[in-house]
Design a protein around this ligand. Structure first.
Ligand code: COA
Length: 289
């Protein structure tokens, strides 16, 4: 499978196989394309993981599959949890601590997205994405806060590059991700004195991810690759490597950073949704008149 990791990840890897031995990561969206592979890399390097998801079947299946990467069977599925609900997040953290005794790292990765222009975006649609992405990220870290303080832990928010410039059809996501960057920066400053680091990873177009599947048509795929300065789409492994770096001692002085992993894409200033710009937009706007 293109999007998952196996034992070859540690062979010839830059990372020591037991880098995260004794550590525990709490991951929201851990059954999704990107966060799942972030979790896989950490598990392959000795970490235990609690993955949190809304869908019972999907979360259990992902946990079972990731567990097979380690002889210790160390992935706990925590299901039926909506990151928008703080009480549910507190319960999820209790389950993780009960199973593993601690939480050292948090990956706030749960996100929601759909393509919609402003003219057709309802107030509730905007709120829904801001609630999942931004409020959900806040709830995740807030619920894990005691554990992070106790263990001088580390936070990774999964952000984006959408808000560095105006990306059409993504005003809701861009606004939410800008908020996530701001939250991470503030936490880096407030929690740094307690030994807790906070950083963001901003993935660019990642092959096989839900976002790219929805945004790139087959016809546009080749052109999309050419628009990336490194001439390829990113892989989930690219994000996993960045994750390992940010949680490892190699980045012990990295705090309040936004690590863009996009092959240089955003500097080119075009986004995949531009293939619908402006014709679809103008047509949609006219339909509102
Ligand atoms: N275009 C426009 N508006 C949309 C939409 C779309 N494609 N999808 C949902 N909405 C609107 C709904 O119409 C609703 O607004 P309304 O009450 O004014 O009609 C609002 O968003 C909430 O929708 P709902 O389906 O009730 O929210 P939810 O909490 O069940 O799910 C998502 C929200 C984002 C998770 C859901 O839209 C989804 O499954 N998206 C695709 C999967 C995904 O996002 N994966 C993450 C990849 S990064």
């Amino acid at each position: 499978m293109v999007n998952t990791l196996d034992a070859t990840f540690t062979r010839g890897s830059a990372w020591k196989p037991d880098l995260f031995k004794g550590k525990v990561v709490f991951v929201t969206g851990g059954a999704g394309t990107i966060c799942r592979v972030q979790t896989e890399a950490l598990v392959l390097l000795g970490c235990k993981a609690a993955i949190v998801g809304r869908s019972k079947d999907r979360t259990i299946k992902a946990a079972e599959e990731i567990s097979q990467l380690s002889s210790e069977g160390c992935v706990l599925p925590i299901c039926n949890i909506d990151v928008r609900n703080f009480k549910q997040m507190e319960d999820a953290v209790k389950q993780a601590v009960h199973a593993f005794g601690r939480i050292d790292y948090v990956i706030a990765g749960a996100a929601g997205n759909f393509i919609c222009d402003f003219a057709h975006l309802s107030a509730n649609a905007f709120k829904t994405v801001v609630d999942i992405d931004l409020l959900g990220s806040f709830n995740t870290v807030k619920a894990c806060f005691d554990e992070l303080l106790k263990n001088r832990g580390s936070i990774i928010f999964v952000s984006a590059t959408l808000h560095y410039y105006g990306v059409p059809y993504q005003s809701h996501v861009g606004a939410a991700k800008a908020g996530i960057d701001a939250l991470s920066n503030a936490l880096a400053v407030e929690l740094g004195p307690m030994g807790v680091r906070s950083n963001c990873i901003a993935p660019g177009p990642i092959e096989g991810s839900e976002g790219v599947k929805r945004l790139i048509t087959k016809q546009y795929a080749e052109n999309s690759r050419k628009m990336v300065p490194l001439q390829r789409l990113g892989t989930t492994r690219d994000i996993a490597e960045a994750t390992v770096f940010l949680l490892s001692p190699a980045s012990s002085y990295v705090n309040g950073a936004i690590l863009v992993v996009d092959g240089g894409s955003w500097h080119v200033g075009t986004h995949f949704s531009h293939n619908m710009y402006p014709d679809k937009l103008v047509k949609g706007m006219k339909s509102k008149l």
